[in-house]
Design a protein around this ligand. Structure first.
Ligand code: GCU
Length: 357
């Protein structure tokens, strides 16, 4: 296991939720008013409101699916439990928030798989280019307990974190303030924002750009200031973050199908009685289905919005970036366990292919 940036659970008395919140200046007074708020993303009139941290805007499918989760949870538990989604990194960037969920200061969060890998390298095989052939393949892997069951529970003893499931990030692509980008030579010397991850640093180098790790919420300003020449993401993030306004060249590099995990503090879930814990799990499964439906819809809508806004979309020759991307995938399979998980993931794709045939 990799060294973790998170503090291990403290021995002795576990700090109460109130202690932790009071010790968190970043949350601010407004954010402490978790209950009874009639704001978007909030569940009203419930006894216990779970705080959910998100770095996306209110129009992103994750916000909508998690708001739906809060409403359904309130209904299923007859008002005992609900949720409020804090959008736009208002509780912090993912790298900090994962610590807050571990400590119990925030109850749940959407965390990119790259950040989870920074806690445990066991998650890495699912983050590699080439791991998932498609969103359907990724969904099938996520629902295969023989692959993800132990993995998703593995952070409970060390970090009090449970992975409830995943929301796809779809295919990720590169976009820039100049273009068109047809191959690695066109990215030479361009500073491209990546997530804070070794795999993404190597991937961007292989694509030809100069990788610049940075938190998601800082990218717009950095692009605007010319500190960055571009970034990489899916169509939905590109449009909802308004990056199309300043980096209007979008290249379909398809470098990987990314994944967000929805994570929760285990102690908080265990405050629920058994029936409510079951309702919580069932409601999350329903929210995951809602997310998949919204994702397809929003990806199509975002592509249309890009075309309407005059974004130049380039489809490069698959050979231009393809071999370099595959090579990065292979380089990061470092142990026999990684290889085993990677093979199990590939086997799911093969069996899906057989079913289609
Ligand atoms: C996607 C993903 C986020 C992630 C972001 C990023 O938008 O859904 O969870 O933080 O990419 O590039 O940082």
């Amino acid at each position: 296991m990799a060294s973790s940036p998170l503090r291990p659970p403290r021995g002795g008395r576990r700090a109460s939720r109130r202690d932790l919140l009071l010790g968190l200046p970043a949350l601010g007074v407004g954010a402490l008013a978790l209950g009874g708020c009639a704001q978007a993303g909030a569940t009203t009139d419930v006894e216990n409101v779970l705080s959910i941290s998100l770095n996306q805007t209110e129009s992103h499918p994750s916000f909508q699916a998690l708001s739906f989760f809060g409403e359904q949870l309130a209904e299923a538990t007859e008002g005992r439990w609900g949720a409020r989604v804090y959008a736009n990194e208002s509780l912090g960037a993912q790298q900090e928030v994962v610590q807050l969920v571990s400590d119990g200061a925030v109850d749940m969060a959407v965390i990119s798989s790259t950040q989870v890998e920074n806690l445990s390298m066991d998650f890495r095989p699912l983050n590699l280019p080439g791991a998932f052939e498609s969103i359907d393949h990724q969904q099938a892997v996520l629902s295969d307990a023989s692959i993800v069951g132990d993995l998703f529970a593995s952070l409970e003893p060390t970090h009090r974190l449970r992975v409830l499931g995943g929301f796809t990030q779809g295919s990720r692509h590169v976009y820039t303030d100049r273009g068109p980008i047809e191959g690695p030579e066109d990215l030479a010397g361009l500073k491209i924002r990546v997530q804070e991850s070794d795999v993404f640093m190597a991937l961007m180098r292989a694509l030809g750009g100069s990788p610049t790790p940075m938190a998601y919420g800082e990218v717009y300003t950095a692009l605007q200031a010319g500190v960055l020449n571009g970034a990489e993401n899916n169509e939905v993030s590109y449009v909802t973050q308004r990056h199309d306004e300043i980096a209007p060249y979008f290249t379909l590099t398809n470098h990987l199908v990314g994944l967000d995990y929805v994570m929760a503090n285990v102690d908080r879930i265990e405050e629920m009685d058994e029936a409510d814990q079951q309702a919580y799990a069932d409601t999350f499964a329903a929210a995951q289905e809602e997310f998949v439906r919204l994702w397809t819809e929003e990806t199509d809508a975002s592509t249309q919005q890009m075309l309407d806004a005059g974004v130049e979309i380039t489809e490069p020759d698959p050979e231009a970036f393809g071999p370099a991307i595959e090579e990065v995938g292979r380089t990061f399979l470092e142990s026999a366990e990684d290889e085993e998980m990677y093979r199990a993931v590939q086997a799911v794709a093969e069996s899906m292919g057989e079913e289609d045939a």
